[in-house]
Design a protein. Structure first.
Length: 394
């Protein structure tokens, strides 16, 4: 029999080992939980979406997915080119196809083109269609009816008749071409800015339902504004892209509760969430950049993390704000500047179309007295730092 002292020692050692094991298990579980949350993916409508990459954009992804599945066309509108490009890349990435489109994934061919790159190479309509159809050409069986029609397209320099025959054959074989044109609004005054090109796009994408050509364009202006820009090309006809209006999607700001939930998932406290919303507004792109700046300040154990984060955030988006303001027409720009610097909007601050877009994107909003005010806080600070001439004379 062991002495009583030895029994007591073994008892306490066993208890200590048990406690250490429990504590270690808790630490491991917590680490796994934090890692999971940081790389969290959210199931939405049966679709798993990477949370951090597309924070606040789940509804738009679901809507675009449905447009593609049903053969309809869409227009994505956002001031932030990264938002648009990332979204298009996600929808067209082969590694996401099965998750997004299920069994129909094998029937879709995605072609993603950056209009800016095409224009840098002085592409005309023939070169455009050659590049747009390249992913489809790579999937065709040699000597198949589809390939023979494609060869006829090449020989006829991709005229509308030949292209229409190709789209008809696609439909007969159960395929769908999803043509994505990023920075579409940069077509103005280019080799592609002509009636024949726009008419061909409209005919191929809208003449059949469901269409075997699903067109998705992206830019920083509304379709209505685009129609105004090219009205002279077809003064007596209907707008070329009016068939897409029901599929127009503005990547705008979130509601206050949606922004709170997004920041809560990032483990920010209530005061920190309020700080981020004040400087960044409610647009998810700005929210993520401001959240990143604050997280960096906290990890660096700054004595005044909020002030450091605010300056870091301002520095990160200063060029972006310049680009945004220069994209506004001068009258709206002057009105925004007046609203910030004089706390009142001039009489001509009544462009409802432009205001509606700015409101959707989170740059202006109405206060409790139904008066317009500028958001986010960083934009207000930026305008205060500049003269009206610097901001609006471009």
């Amino acid at each position: 029999m062991l002495p009583t002292d030895n029994i007591d020692l073994m008892y306490w050692m066993g208890l200590l080992i048990g406690l250490l094991g429990t504590f270690t298990g808790i630490l491991i579980a917590w680490a796994i939980y934090r890692a999971f949350r940081r790389k969290a993916q959210v199931s939405y409508g049966g679709l798993v979406i990477p949370e951090q990459q597309f924070a606040g954009r789940k509804k738009e992804i679901i809507r675009l997915k449905r447009q593609i599945l049903t053969g309809h066309s869409s227009a994505i509108v956002s001031m932030f080119s990264k938002d648009r490009t990332t979204l298009l890349s996600y929808l067209s990435d082969p590694s996401n196809s099965k998750e997004l489109y299920g069994e129909l994934a094998e029937n879709f061919v995605f072609s993603l083109l950056d209009i800016n790159l095409l224009l840098l190479n002085n592409c005309g309509p023939t070169q455009f269609w050659e590049r747009a159809l390249k992913p489809l050409e790579e999937k065709m069986e040699p000597n198949s009816p589809l390939f023979q029609i494609y060869q006829a397209c090449q020989q006829n320099q991709f005229d509308e008749y030949s292209l229409d025959r190709l789209i008809v054959q696609l439909k007969q074989e159960g395929w769908r071409l999803v043509l994505m044109l990023d920075r579409f609004d940069e077509l103005f005054n280019s080799n592609l800015d002509n009636p024949a090109f726009f008419a061909t796009l409209r005919n191929l994408a809208s003449s059949r339902s469901p269409s075997s050509l699903s067109l998705i364009i992206s830019g920083n202006i509304l379709l209505k504004q685009f129609h105004e820009q090219i009205r002279d090309l077809n003064p007596n006809g209907s707008p070329y892209l009016n068939f897409m209006e029901s599929g127009e999607i503005v990547l705008g700001s979130l509601s206050d509760s949606e922004a709170d939930e997004l920041l809560r998932q990032m483990f920010f406290s209530k005061p920190e969430r309020q700080f981020i919303k004040e400087i960044a507004g409610l647009h998810p792109h700005f929210i993520q950049l401001a959240a990143s700046a604050l997280q960096a300040a906290k990890e660096n154990q700054e004595q005044q993390p909020l002030e450091i984060a605010k300056k870091d955030f301002y520095d990160r988006i200063e060029n972006m704000l310049t680009h945004i303001i220069h994209s506004w027409n001068p009258a709206i720009c002057q009105a925004i500047v007046s609203l910030v610097k004089e706390n009142q909007a001039p009489d001509f601050f009544n462009d409802e179309e432009e205001l509606s877009l700015l409101e959707k994107q989170g740059f202006v909003m109405k206060d409790s007295h139904n008066q317009w005010q500028v958001s986010p806080g960083v934009l207000v600070d930026f305008i205060h730092d500049k003269t009206e001439q610097e901001l609006c004379n471009h």
